[in-house]
Design a binder for this molecule. Structure first.
Ligand code: UD1
Ligand code: UDP
Length: 389
C-alpha cells in the first residue's frame, strides 16, 4: 500500500498574505490546493493592502476565510507587524491549521511566520532564499525574508541560486527548487486577443508607437532616488515623440504625490490607477520596454521577452541579468536616462535584450509545492521533481 492510500488524513493548509504581489503569486497555489484531494485550503488575508489586494482576489476568484482588514493610510512597519501578529494569533487559535504558508518578504510574511511559530505550527515559505546581502536594501524586505527563513520548516526556493543562498545560512532541510508561482500566474493571464478595459490602454497605438511601462514604489527609493527616477522619465518623454510612458501608480500616498509632482500634465506620460493583473500582464506583453523597481515585474517581463531596466542599486533576482534581458539602471537620473536612450536608439542593443527567457519558472511551481507539502505530511511517497531552467 502506498503512503497515498495509507494515510489520507486531510491536511489543513492555511495561506497567509496581505499585499498585491503576494496575492498574485499565491493565487495559482491556492487553486492547486483547492484541486488536491486530501488537502483543505484555508485563506487568511491581513489586508495590509486593501484595494490592491481586492483587485487580485476578484480577478482570480479568491475568497478569504479570514480577513484581518488591518490597512491604514500611511501605515508604519510596526503597525502592520503588530496588528497582523495579534489578529493572526486569534485566527490560528480558531482554525488550527497543520501548516501555514507565507510568501516572499513583506511585513505580513514575517508576522505570519512569527504567529505560526508561536503556535508551533510549521511554516512553508514560498519564494524562499532571495537575498541581496544588504539588510537595508530592499528595506525592510531583506530582513523579513531572512527571519522568515529561520522560522520555516519548508523552503520553496524558485531557483538554484536561491537554494545556495539558504545553504550558506545553514538551511538545507526541507528545501526544494521549484520555480516561482508568478510564472504559473502569467500562463493564465496573457492572451494575444486580450481587450483592455482600461480606457487609456484601449486607446494606445501599440504598433505605431513605443510603450514604456513604468512602476516604482519601493520604500528605500522614497526621497532623492524616486525624484531622480521621475526626472529621468520626464526627460525621456520630452525627447522622444514616438513613445508613450504608462505608469500605473501605486496607492502609497508618498508615491502618488511624487509621481504627480514630476510627471503630471505631459501628453506622452499616462499616470493611471493600479491595473488589474490581467491588464498589467497583457500591457507588459505589448510594451517596448519595462522600467521598474518592482520585484514581480523583473520576473514577469523576461518570460514575455521584454527588456527591463531595474530602477534600483541592487537586485535579489540576478538570474535574468545573467540571461541578458534585465539591466540594473540604478537610481541616478543620468544613468537611467542614458540606459533608456540606448534601448530607444540602438536596435542592436535592444534586440540583444529582447528575447524570452524563463529563469524563474516553467508554470509547474504550484504543483511541486503541493506535492512537497503532501510528502512532508506523509501523504505522498516521493518528493517533487526540481525546476531546471
Ligand atoms: C508593501 C510591502 C513591499 C511590497 C509592496 C508591494 C512591506 C513593508 N512592504 O509595500 O514589500 O513590495 O507592498 O506593492 O511589507 N495603500 C492603499 N491601498 C492599497 C495599498 C496601499 O491606500 O491597496 C496605501 C496606504 O496608504 C498604505 C500605503 O499605501 O499605508 C503603503 O502600503 P504598505 O503595504 O505599507 O507599503 P507598500 O509600499 O505598499
Ligand atoms: N501589478 C498589477 N497592477 C499594477 C502594478 C503591478 O497587477 O498596476 C502586478 C505586477 O504585474 C506584479 C505585481 O503586481 O505581478 C508586482 O507588485 P508590486 O510591484 O506592487 O510589488 P513587488 O513585486 O515589488 O513586491
Amino acid at each position: 500500500m502506498t503512503a497515498e492510500e495509507n494515510n489520507m488524513k486531510t491536511i489543513k493548509v492555511m495561506t497567509v498574505f496581505g499585499t498585491r504581489p503576494e496575492a498574485i503569486k499565491m493565487a495559482p497555489l491556492i487553486h492547486e490546493l483547492e484541486r488536491t484531494e486530501g488537502v483543505q485550503s484555508i485563506v487568511c488575508v491581513t489586508a495590509q493592502h486593501r484595494q490592491m489586494l481586492d483587485q487580485v482576489m476578484d480577478i482570480f476568484h479568491l475568497k478569504a476565510d479570514y480577513d484581518l482588514d488591518i490597512m491604514q493610510p500611511r501605515q508604519t512597519l510596526a503597525t502592520i507587524t503588530t496588528k497582523s501578529l495579534t489578529g493572526l494569533d486569534e485566527v490560528l487559535e480558531q482554525a488550527e491549521p497543520d501548516i501555514v504558508l507565507v510568501h516572499g518578504d513583506t511585513s505580513t510574511t514575517f508576522a505570519g511566520a512569527l504567529a505560526a511559530f508561536y503556535h508551533k505550527i510549521p511554516v512553508g515559505h514560498v519564494e524562499a532564499g532571495l537575498r541581496t546581502f544588504d539588510k537595508y536594501s530592499p528595506f525592510p524586505e531583506e530582513m523579513n525574508r531572512k527571519l522568515t527563513g529561520q522560522i520555516a520548516a519548508l523552503h520553496f526556493a524558485p531557483t538554484e541560486r536561491n537554494r545556495k543562498n539558504l545553504a550558506a545560512e545553514g538551511i538545507t532541510d526541507g528545501v526544494i527548487v521549484c520555480g516561482n508561482t508568478v510564472v504559473d500566474a502569467i500562463h493564465s493571464t496573457v492572451n494575444p486577443d486580450f481587450r483592455f478595459r482600461d480606457e487609456t490602454l484601449a486607446q494606445l497605438d501599440y504598433d505605431g508607437r513605443r510603450v514604456i511601462l513604468v512602476t516604482a514604489h519601493r520604500r528605500e527609493n522614497y526621497g532623492a532616488p524616486m525624484e531622480h527616477i521621475m526626472r529621468a522619465l520626464r526627460r525621456l518623454a520630452d525627447d522622444y515623440d514616438d513613445i508613450d510612458i504608462v505608469y500605473p501608480v501605486h496607492l502609497s500616498p508618498y508615491v502618488r504625490e511624487t509621481a504627480a509632482k514630476y510627471l503630471s500634465g505631459h501628453p506622452r506620460i499616462h499616470l493611471i490607477e493600479p491595473l488589474s493583473v490581467d491588464e498589467m500582464h497583457n500591457l507588459m506583453g505589448r510594451s517596448y520596454l519595462v522600467m521598474t523597481d518592482s520585484g514581480g515585474l523583473q520576473e514577469e517581463a523576461p518570460s514575455l521577452g521584454k527588456p527591463v531596466l531595474v530602477l534600483r542599486r541592487e537586485t535579489e533576482r540576478p538570474e535574468a541579468i545573467e540571461a541578458g534581458t534585465v539591466r540594473l539602471a540604478g537610481v541616478e537620473e543620468e544613468d537611467i536616462y542614458s540606459m533608456a536612450r540606448t534601448l530607444l536608439d540602438d536596435p542592436d542593443a535592444y534586440q540583444t535584450m529582447a528575447h524570452a527567457v524563463n529563469p524563474y519558472g516553467d508554470g509547474q511551481t504550484s504543483r511541486r509545492i503541493v506535492q512537497m507539502i503532501r510528502y512532508y505530511f506523509r501523504q505522498a511517497d516521493t518528493m517533487p521533481d526540481s525546476f531546471c531552467p
